[in-house]
Design a protein around this ligand. Structure first.
Ligand SMILES: CC(=O)SCCNC(=O)CCNC(=O)[C@H](O)C(C)(C)COP(=O)(O)OP(=O)(O)OC[C@H]1O[C@@H](n2cnc3c(N)ncnc32)[C@H](O)[C@@H]1OP(=O)(O)O
Length: 231
């Protein structure tokens, strides 16, 4: 994906992360998920609801606050959001997808498909499902299923040979109804957590040093350049 604008309204505000038309022809009959009543990304069942790619203007539509119902997000400025949006778009492979309640211009559901480029399996593509969340006042109305099936079908459409996810045990049943399987001998998620860099400020007369990496500090300490420790 290049740096095309994907600004389908031409208003400068609705620049999309990826082309919105990719969601219009997804065949929901390919999914084992049961929707009662039947809905799809193109026809989500309510005229005030739209399933679409993340847009730059979603900073003002509560997208980050919605992610806050999933995990800690931090205090992200508009500039930070803009920069991350631009980097994701330039890199390609990021399909952050949202559901908007257009009556109140609020993002009420989200899920991300990331597509990895591989050498294995004949230079294949692998999809990963990340950051699935539905606003708590809209849960239990099929929106979780809708957003997950949307990005899963998108992964298939883009040519991924498989799609993987990590989830809490209590959500295994939810994902099984959507076609995901625990594979015997191949269903362990392992993590290595990295401690965020420690900022240490060192005052020497009028001069102030700030070191952001405890590893750099450790090296300097070892060489006797500094005699301070990480707190
Ligand atoms: C890969 C990842 O990102 S994992 C992280 C998942 N996200 C979270 O945990 C964030 C907090 N939770 C949520 O946002 C929501 O509860 C979601 C996204 C998990 C589900 O959204 P909803 O809109 O409520 O789901 P939806 O209405 O489509 O429910 C589908 C089915 O799953 C079941 N289900 C939904 N949530 C849960 C849950 N937490 N535990 C068990 N079953 C659940 C529902 O009972 C429903 O079953 P049914 O079809 O038999 O009636």
């Amino acid at each position: 994906m290049g740096t095309e604008n994907f600004n389908e309204n031409g208003d400068g505000q609705s620049e999309s992360l990826y082309p919105a038309h990719l969601l219009q022809n997804l065949d929901f009959n390919k999914s084992p998920a049961i929707f009662k009543p039947k809905i799809s990304a193109a026809q989500p069942g309510e005229d005030w609801m739209v399933v679409r790619p993340l847009q730059r203007s979603d900073y003002d539509k509560g997208f980050l606050q919605l992610l806050g119902q999933l995990t800690s997000v931090g205090n992200i400025s508009r500039k930070q959001f803009d920069e991350r949006f631009t980097l994701m778009k330039q890199a390609g492979g990021y399909y952050v997808t949202v559901i908007e309640d257009t009556r109140i211009s609020k993002i009420i559901g989200a899920a991300t498909l990331t597509v990895e480029q591989k050498f294995i399996h004949n230079c294949s593509l692998r999809g990963r499902l990340e950051d699935v969340v539905v606003n708590d006042t809209y849960r239990g109305k099929q929106l979780g299923k809708l957003i997950v099936v949307t990005v899963s079908l998108l992964a298939q459409e883009l040519g991924c040979y498989k799609m993987s996810l990590d989830c809490k045990d209590k959500l295994i049943k939810f994902y099984e109804t959507l076609g995901y399987r625990l594979e015997a001998g191949n269903s362990n998620a392992m993590n290595m957590r990295f401690v965020p860099p420690t900022v240490v400020t060192w005052n020497r007369g009028a001069i102030q040093f700030s070191l952001k990496s405890k590893y750099l500090l450790a090296i300097l300490n070892k060489q006797n350049y500094l005699n301070i420790s990480v707190v």
